[in-house]
Design a protein around this ligand. Structure first.
Ligand SMILES: Cc1cc2nc3c(=O)[nH]c(=O)nc-3n(C[C@H](O)[C@H](O)[C@H](O)COP(=O)(O)OP(=O)(O)OC[C@H]3O[C@@H](n4cnc5c(N)ncnc54)[C@H](O)[C@@H]3O)c2cc1C
Length: 504
């Protein structure tokens, strides 16, 4: 364990000092005292970083900084489960708040409520091993999606994770985990068998259907509120086929025929679970100089021949261009659909916000209104690289799971459409943030206005931007919210896990 404890003068230099270098404002908690107490408790590979460390700045950069920037006074790079326990216990002893960080892609502004706490950096808990029998894998709480995918792919296996390679495995899973494989196998969370979790008091428990079953129920949907996952056992599946990916670029005049077709697919009980549909509104000047276009991926696990019947109706709509990638393996799929480590989706240090609506089907009128707002927004040079996510991954596998078996909201299982702008802009001007939020809110409102069947609005917890009411994220079933709140009192009475879209 390296502990770059700087001379006091250097540590104090981050605070206001008088002419003699004497601090005029003491730090809110004694960094040195915490570091000294924690240091002997940590394993050899753990590292404590202080604001004076050279590494400090890099450890503060997030996907959505500076707009989302939890305020840390110390980073502890943990290397073992015991390190996580020791850090939580020491933080509690000094009454310092803490937050687990893995993929740094959390984009909710509730993270900004962290007042000068300890960042528990999970990345060293990065391991993927296939268990005996080959039906499950043990995955570390600090693992990123590309790491699990690559490790399993080498053994011709795959797990249900989110799509974006730079996002963690645990982050999406704890509130669902929308996935290329969800139409067949359910959400990522539907595939967790057990987990090791460090609780608010620093104790560690195993949760599964048979051990601490109530907590296992709670972490599957509202997991960020209950603990830090150090390790999970996840169901894994044999890779049997390669994929065929159609990328169709539609001009905006096709919006009605395209999304009526998507609605038809979603309502078709024969929609294959081997297919997912994933579109983005985006600016492609070569195709349309003034308006955004829709880059639509029809992604099929199987050959071009097997995909033909399902892709043909999209071709009939009349894309401006069509590209086919054949024999794409699961590992490379993420690159083809623009979710790889080098893609714009994986940028860091660039503000990003959403404005997400989960809805039962597309209402073409309201989608057109949302697109008009999007069009105005990306004409503004500040937001020109933003996109409009139009996700219909398929929900047969999701709906095959008993909704009461876990805390995940009923709405999250019900709605096949996930729509959201992903608004990117640079810098820290408050006016730019304000305008971005206004655009996102207007787009979301338009999408919700088109849902005449429900007055109860739903937003996926992991796409929430931080101002949503609890029910909008965690669901409207009274019994689930009451049970979650009760379990929260049992397992986290001080509400230490309260910085990521908190339940209470
Ligand atoms: C570009 C982009 C692509 C995305 N793609 C998808 C997708 O394909 N599917 C999908 O479902 N979602 C997706 N999301 C949303 C994603 O699920 C959330 O942003 C998620 O919070 C990211 O987790 P992270 O570990 O990467 O980020 P972090 O900011 O590191 O973590 C987010 C929160 O998760 C908690 N956390 C992190 N690690 C742990 C741990 N080991 N144990 C317990 N809690 C932990 C903490 O509360 C933390 O604040 C995407 C988001 C972005 C920005």
């Amino acid at each position: 364990m390296q502990l770059p404890i700087a001379p006091l003068s250097r540590i104090f230099s981050i605070f206001t000092t008088d002419a003699f270098g004497i601090p005029t404002e003491p730090e809110p908690w004694g960094i040195n005292a915490v570091a000294k107490a924690l240091s002997p408790l940590l394993s050899g590979n753990a590292i404590i970083h202080l604001p004076c460390s050279e590494s400090w700045h890099a450890l503060q950069v997030r996907a959505s900084s500076p707009h989302v920037q939890p305020n840390f006074g110390m980073v502890v790079e943990v290397a073992t489960e015991e390190d996580v326990q020791a850090t939580v216990q020491t933080a509690n002893r000094f009454n310092v708040p803490f937050l687990a960080v893995t993929g740094t892609h959390g984009w909710t502004t509730t993270l900004n409520n962290l007042p000068y706490g300890i960042q528990i950096r999970m990345r060293k808990l990065n391991v993927t091993t296939i268990d005996d029998g080959g039906q499950t894998a043990t995955v570390g709480g600090g693992t990123l999606q590309h790491e699990i995918t690559t490790a399993l792919f080498a053994q011709k296996k795959q797990a249900v994770t989110g799509l974006c390679q730079c996002v963690s495995v645990a982050g999406p899973l704890l509130a669902g985990g929308h996935s290329a494989l969800q139409a067949r196998h359910g959400y990522a969370v539907d595939n967790i068998v057990s987990a090791r979790i460090v609780l608010a008091d620093g104790s560690v428990v195993t949760v599964s259907e048979t051990e601490n079953a109530d907590l296992f129920w709670a972490i599957r949907g509202a997991g960020h509120n209950f603990g830090i996952v150090t390790r999970m056992t996840l169901r894994i599946y044999d890779i049997k086929k390669t994929w065929t990916v159609y990328t169709l670029i539609f001009t905006i005049d096709k919006i009605e025929s395209l999304f009526k077709l998507v609605n038809k697919f979603d309502a078709d009980p024969k929609r294959p679970s081997s297919m997912f549909l994933f579109g983005v509104g985006v600016r492609i000047l070569d195709v349309d100089k003034s308006k955004p276009v829709i880059a639509y991926n029809v992604v099929f696990e199987g050959s071009e021949d097997e995909a033909y019947e399902w892709v043909q109706p999209f071709i009939v709509v009349g894309p401006a261009s069509t590209q086919i990638a054949k024999n794409v393996d699961y590992e490379f799929l993420h690159t083809i659909i623009g979710e790889d480590l080098n893609s714009p989706a994986c940028r860091t240090g660039m503000n990003i916000i959403g404005g997400t609506a989960s809805i039962p089907k597309w209402n073409v009128t309201s989608l057109t209104i949302a697109f008009d707002i999007f069009s105005d927004m990306i004409a503004d040079p500040r937001y020109s690289t933003s996109i409009f996510l139009l996700e219909n991954y398929g929900i047969q596998g999701v709906q095959a799971v008993d909704p009461d078996s876990m805390s995940l909201s009923l709405e999250e299982r019900k709605y096949p459409v996930l729509a959201s702008p992903a608004i990117w802009w640079e810098g820290n001007r408050s006016e730019d943030a304000k305008n971005a939020i206004e655009y996102g809110d207007r787009m979301r409102q338009a999408l919700f206005d088109g849902d005449n069947e429900n007055t109860r609005r739903h937003t996926y917890v992991n796409y929430a931007k931080g101002d949503e009411p609890v029910e909008q994220m965690y669901g409207y079933e009274d019994w689930k919210i009451r049970k979650l709140v009760h379990l929260k009192k049992v397992y986290d009475p001080e509400n230490r896990f309260r910085f990521y879209n908190p339940l209470v």
